[in-house]
Design a protein around this ligand. Structure first.
Ligand code: FMN
Length: 200
């Protein structure tokens, strides 16, 4: 974890035409900023990573890695926390998200908090995607924060394209997640400053 950084990466899980998730990711971006955090959207559609053939930590010469891969690895290393905005696809995590996560080593993610927001067009709010994402994040060394946001029938959630919403339940959960993230980031930074032996 780097110094007093407030960088939070907001990973979006969908690349689909007409995707619903971008509005929710934008909502997190503005709420995280309002809470004094510095969010960056990690959009798999923009990054357009190929299906994984060579994770960065498996490359004998990482300096020869593609620029996008080196840049995102650096962003992950510098981030102090993550928000995952993930749709449920066939009862699990959207593959664009795990494809991106898998490119990077635990050393880049380790000991950092992660919040999960899932959604679906059905009634279950992507709860199975949440359950499936938890061990993935744990495996690469993140720890999931307790507050979860699950949005059923996302198409009716009244979130505008820019992320603005009047949906009280969603606002309340996003606010709670941002406060929680800010608290945990601060707690880790204080502990890191006050002690030696940070477990790399
Ligand atoms: C390939 C695929 C599989 C899906 N599987 C599920 C599912 O298992 N459970 C569910 O509630 N919704 C499922 N859905 C509906 C999605 O949750 C819904 O379309 C959501 O809007 C997808 O997110 P996106 O619009 O950001 O891509 C599926 C959609 C797709 C495209």
């Amino acid at each position: 974890m780097s110094g007093s950084s407030k960088s939070i990466l907001v990973f979006l899980g969908s690349t689909r035409d007409g995707r619903q998730g971008l509005r929710l990711a934008r909502m997190f971006m503005s709420h995280l900023s309002e809470h004094g955090l510095v969010p960056t959207l990690i959009d798999p559609l923009e990054i357009n990573a190929p299906l994984l053939t060579n994770p960065i930590h498996f490359m004998p010469d990482q300096s020869a890695a593609p620029e996008w891969l080196k840049k995102l690895d650096q962003q992950i290393k510098e981030a102090v926390g993550f928000v995952f905005v993930c749709p449920e696809y066939n009862a699990t995590v959207a593959p664009a998200l795990t494809n991106l996560i898998d490119y990077f080593p635990p050393a880049s993610y380790r000991h950092k908090p992660a919040s999960i927001a899932t959604y679906s067009m059905g009634t279950m709010g992507g709860c199975r995607a949440r359950v499936a994402l938890l061990p993935v994040l744990g495996e690469v060394g993140m720890f999931a924060l307790p507050t979860s946001l699950m949005i059923p029938t996302i198409q009716n959630a009244e979130i505008a394209d820019d992320g603005a919403t009047t949906n009280e339940r969603v606002i309340s959960k996003v606010t709670q997640i941002c406060k929680e993230m800010d608290w945990y980031v601060g707690a880790l930074q204080s502990q890191k400053a006050a002690t030696t032996g940070y477990p790399n």
